[in-house]
Design a protein. Structure first.
Length: 301
């Protein structure tokens, strides 16, 4: 008998291209992935992948069955979502997706109260800069910075998260306050990697900071913020971090732009008691902290 769990391994390897990346997707060790893939090929009586130095490539047999396996996955996930949507008890696991920085600076410090309200709910926080696939149950709830384009998702705009430009007190003591009109000539800037080029901060730097020296670039807002706090340079940051960090001061008297905040859920799971409890809690958090998120919580220093 062919095992559905083995087919999940097959799809993960086909999508990721390597065993190690697929193992991370499924949160299992690489040796388990290898054994299950070998078991599937033995049961099927066909080699499904060519093992190459560049990774795992589908054979003709693998290509022939991939779409059918994806159909099986869609049906299995639809059943899971339907069963979850009928669950009326606020207990169990809920996967909540958000960016690394929003999770670290906003969600995590505020999740203890959720556990006190619903001790039976176990939140699995999924972080990253790329949107998760809710239809594939990569998460139950997603906090996104843009309105989803997928037509089958339910989305609610909760507000927006503003940015400003910050520097540490130690940096300002050494270099003085910059003139934005001079496009930061003579100043040091912590830059953003092309991976973050769509952020408000990256767009502002491209327009207003192109004459600065850039001793460091980061592909993570967490690393960028740490560098600004350490005095390596000034840089745009979300106000939810910059306005709360005592060692930082704004170097422009205003916000420079904002990202919208959207709560997104698949319609099949939004009636689940545990999913609804987390959705309501996160919604109330964002609405109650609107001043912080919009950059109005602290007077400019």
């Amino acid at each position: 008998m062919l095992d559905w769990d083995d087919f999940r391994v097959f799809l993960s390897v086909a999508r990721a291209g390597t065993l190690s990346a697929a193992a991370r997707l499924l949160q299992v060790d690489q040796s388990t992935m290898s054994r299950r893939l070998a078991a599937l090929e033995a049961s099927a009586g066909a080699r499904l992948f060519d093992r190459t130095p560049a990774g795992y490539l589908l054979t003709a047999a693998g290509e022939a069955v991939r779409s059918r396996v994806e159909d099986l996955e869609s049906h299995a996930l639809a059943i899971e979502r339907q069963l979850l949507g009928q669950d009326m008890r606020p207990t169990g696991h809920v996967r909540l997706a958000a960016s690394d920085s929003f999770a670290a600076w906003f969600l995590v410090p505020r999740l203890a109260a959720l556990h006190e309200l619903y001790p039976g709910i176990r939140v699995e926080l999924v972080t990253g800069n790329q949107p998760v696939n809710l239809a594939r149950r990569e998460a139950d709830i997603s906090l996104r910075l843009t309105k989803p384009q997928e037509p089958n998702l339910v989305a609610r705009r909760l507000g927006h998260a503003a940015w400003s430009v910050y520097a540490s007190s130690s940096y300002l003591a050494r270099h003085g306050k910059p003139s934005v009109r001079g496009r930061l000539r003579g100043h040091l800037v912590v830059g953003l990697d092309p991976e973050l080029r769509g952020t408000v901060g990256a767009r502002w730097l491209a327009q207003q900071g192109n004459l600065a020296d850039v001793p460091l670039t980061c592909n993570s807002l967490l690393s960028q913020a740490a560098a600004v706090v350490a005095g390596l340079g000034l840089s745009p940051l979300p106000c939810l971090f910059g306005d709360r960090e005592a060692s930082l001061a704004r170097v422009v008297p205003r916000t420079i732009g904002h990202h919208e905040l959207w709560l997104v859920v698949h319609p099949d799971v939004r009636t689940s008691a545990r999913v609804r409890a987390v959705m309501d809690y996160v919604t109330e958090l964002v609405l109650s902290e609107a001043a912080l998120l919009s950059g109005n919580a602290r007077a400019t220093r």
